[in-house]
Design a protein around this ligand. Structure first.
Ligand SMILES: Cc1cc2nc3c(=O)[nH]c(=O)nc-3n(C[C@H](O)[C@H](O)[C@H](O)COP(=O)(O)OP(=O)(O)OC[C@H]3O[C@@H](n4cnc5c(N)ncnc54)[C@H](O)[C@@H]3O)c2cc1C
Length: 344
């Protein structure tokens, strides 16, 4: 180990709702935590698949929008100042001789920790990509699957593709910035929040074309135009565009996790009642776990996270009790002050 390298008490893989709650819980147990998330944002399926949808079965909330639940979880997790790194897909997990763990990401970041909690849900999400000629060549040269800086679309002509929340959210967000927006969707029915669909059709800035798909992208080094076609009557037209923003879903893949020596049941990791995997010191929580009574819900994922972290604490510090005490009694004054600072 190089001098000055941080050794975390726990490394959490995945910042979905369960990973965020595990991060909070690690702070509560006074564990130094690092979180590695493959997507550009935290929130897992809630932000990637249904940010605007209401959730009705999270304890304490009669109803809450998915994105608001994520905001609350993030705020709760950050009270204890964990290190959270996004766009860092973990590709390797190694046990070091002295029983520490080393995690390596696709981008080459390495992280060392005394325990690991895998909260990787259904695996790493990757945007589904277009299967048409030149699409790979023009990626990030006018063709985008992930939006990092909306400002680059100021005054530009955009073609936006998709019928889900991500596609509609971006059309509605960018309408005041872009010169023009053509929004195409291959079906008549949209899968997005009803209010977003209504606003899309109401917008005077956005031309919405249902039953339309992308056929061809034109441009040598940069997107210059797109040919779209109507999949009902077969008609097609070529429109000049500067950027194509494509949101046609995600593909999920356990990928490298399968090669870490973990005992798997289908696409899930087998855990015992402590949420511990077959590798001592490596725990798992949330949708990724399998045990005979597992139910894949946010609520049960939160319970998994608390169990995993409390047992990870005991693993890292055998003298520490598994039972954390009650937070209303045990949260140190300092943490209460940190929470107050954040509210101010
Ligand atoms: C449309 C829809 C509606 C739903 N509605 C409800 C509901 O009303 N109530 C309910 O309880 N549940 C609902 N669910 C299920 C709920 O979303 C999941 O149970 C929950 O998201 C599981 O959380 P998680 O943190 O375990 O996994 P995820 O949300 O899948 O998060 C896992 C995170 O890990 C990251 N990751 C994976 N592999 C790696 C890696 N190698 N390196 C780094 N990061 C990685 C992923 O990018 C992801 O962000 C719904 C699901 C869908 C699709």
């Amino acid at each position: 180990m190089s001098k000055g390298e941080t050794v975390y008490d726990v490394a959490i893989i995945g910042a979905g709702p369960v990973g965020l709650y595990a991060t909070y819980y690690a702070g509560l147990r006074d564990m130094r935590a690092v979180v590695l998330e493959s997507l550009p944002q935290v929130g897992g399926q809630l932000m990637a698949l249904y940010p605007k949808k209401m959730i009705y079965d999270v304890a304490g909330y009669p109803q809450i929008r998915a994105e608001d639940l994520v905001k609350n979880l993030e705020k709760q997790a950050k009270q204890y100042r964990p290190d959270i790194f996004t766009e860092e897909k973990v590709v390797d997990l190694r046990v070091l001789g002295d029983r520490d763990f080393e995690l390596c990401t696709e981008k080459g970041r390495t992280v060392r920790s005394r325990s690991v909690v895998i909260c990787a849900g259904v695996g790493a999400f990757m945007p589904r990509k277009l299967d048409i000629r030149d699409a790979d060549k023009l990626e990030e040269r006018g063709l985008h699957y992930i939006i990092r800086d909306p400002e680059r679309f100021r005054g530009k002509r955009l073609l936006i593709i998709g019928g889900g929340d991500s596609a509609l959210d971006w059309s509605l967000t960018l309408q005041d910035l872009a010169a023009s927006i053509t929004h195409i969707h291959m079906l008549k029915q949209f899968q997005a929040h009803e209010d977003s669909v209504a606003r899309l059709f109401r917008s005077e800035k956005i031309e919405v074309l249902i039953h339309h798909q992308l056929k061809e992208i034109h441009g040598a080094d940069q997107v210059e135009a797109a040919t779209i076609f109507n999949n009902v009557d077969g008609s097609e037209k070529t429109i000049p565009v500067d950027h194509i923003l494509c949101f046609i879903g995600y593909i999920t893949n356990l990928g490298p996790i399968k090669d870490w020596g973990l005992e798997l049941v289908g696409n899930a990791i087998r855990v015992n009642e402590k949420m511990e995997t077959n590798i001592p010191g490596v725990f798992a929580a949330g949708d990724i776990v399998w045990h005979p009574a597992k139910i894949k819900l946010i609520t049960t994922g939160f319970a998994d996270a608390a169990t995993a972290i409390n047992n990870a604490k005991h693993y890292v510090e055998p003298k520490a009790r598994v039972f954390p005490g009650h937070s209303s009694h045990t949260v140190p004054k300092k943490q209460k002050e940190m929470a107050r600072d954040q509210d101010a």
